[in-house]
Design a binder for this molecule. Structure first.
Ligand SMILES: [Mn+2]
Length: 331
């Protein structure tokens, strides 16, 4: 067994490009609850390989969310329980922890000659045969743009739309502190290749159901802000608002939007556990807070899952957030 390849700069090395040289059969493997950065990157690469006579299977433990039904090629993405046949290459994108494939990674290792792990999460477990981890990328979408360039792929509007959406969502529509000049240069190239910003925005943010705003109001009425204004949170009991509303709204962005808030939390009760999303604004590292509870993510966006009940979970998380905010104030 060869030692795994480790690579971390913004441009792919020869070893990262190499597995995609000669056509074969590829698996684009997503993780639980795939988002646009996962799906957009897997679809863009898969479509590029198919244009080069590869045979590509797309899928993961959960289906693509209905909200992302506009991504070109997403109808090919399947819920996988068992993998059939052999693969010349297995690709995982935006997946820091192989456990997030719900066991599919183990099957993929047996069925695949080589596992390629492409990600921008700093806490990536480097579980691939080839690991390309660039924590300076705002989205894995930026990295895939560079990979397709290195492969000399001519971008189609379908590939460009997938990558543009990946970058759009991971940067909060080009608003977060992860956005760099490179982000805009890549976005510009993707628009030149046929991605349409207005269609992506409309598809992502203007597809609400008629009753969605009423439910959104219901949820937002529960937002609370600490006495000093620095911590904002939203604790949602299981039946407070329908699941489809929570899934289609980035609810944690609302407490984050309060001027004085430095850390925002969304806590949602689900089947006895509590899913926690944390957002920062650059000074408090929320990944470190999530890591205390076995979670992970980025400096400004992280998450974890902890046991319920909700009031207890809320107290525990807010205590950890308070410590992080106070530690930061002292340093
Ligand atoms: Mn991402």
């Amino acid at each position: 067994m060869k030692a795994p390849i480790q690579h971390s700069s913004p441009l792919p090395s020869a070893a990262v490009v190499e597995p995609f040289g000669r056509p074969g059969r590829a698996l684009m493997l997503g993780h639980v609850h795939p988002d646009a950065d996962v799906l957009g990157t897997l679809l863009a690469l898969g479509l590029a390989l198919e244009a080069r006579s590869w045979s590509v299977v797309y899928g993961g433990p959960h289906p693509a969310p209905a909200l992302l039904g506009f991504l070109p090629g997403v109808e090919r993405y399947r819920t996988l329980e068992r993998l059939d046949g052999r693969f010349d290459v297995v690709v995982l994108t935006d997946c820091p922890n192989p456990q997030r494939t719900e066991g599919l990674i183990d099957q993929a290792r047996r069925a695949g000659k080589i596992v390629v792990n492409i990600d921008h999460h700093p806490d990536n477990r480097r579980y691939g045969d080839v690991n390309w981890i660039d924590a300076t990328a705002a989205a894995t979408g930026e990295m895939l743009y560079e990979l397709l360039g290195a492969l000399r792929v001519t971008l189609t509007p379908a590939m460009a739309t997938n990558l543009f959406t990946a970058i759009h969502t991971d940067t909060g529509s080009f608003r977060y502190s992860n956005v760099t000049a490179r982000t805009f240069m890549i976005a510009a190239a993707l628009v030149a290749a046929g991605a349409r910003p207005e269609l992506v925005s409309e598809s992502l943010y203007e597809r609400r159901a008629p009753d969605a705003l009423r439910w959104l109001g219901e949820a937002l009425a529960r937002v609370e802000v600490s006495a000093d204004g620095q911590v904002g949170w939203l604790a949602l009991p299981a039946s407070a608002v329908p699941e489809r509303i929570v899934e289609s709204e980035e609810l944690v962005n609302y407490p984050r939007s309060v001027a004085s808030v430095r850390v925002a939390c969304l806590l949602r009760e689900l089947d006895g556990t509590v899913k926690v999303s944390l957002r920062g604004k650059g000074d408090v590292d929320v990944q470190k807070i999530a890591a205390q509870f076995g979670g992970g993510g980025h400096v400004n966006a992280a998450g974890c899952t902890i046991p319920g009940p909700l009031p207890e979970a809320t107290r525990i998380v807010l205590d950890a957030v308070r410590r992080a905010v106070d530690d930061r104030a002292r340093s």
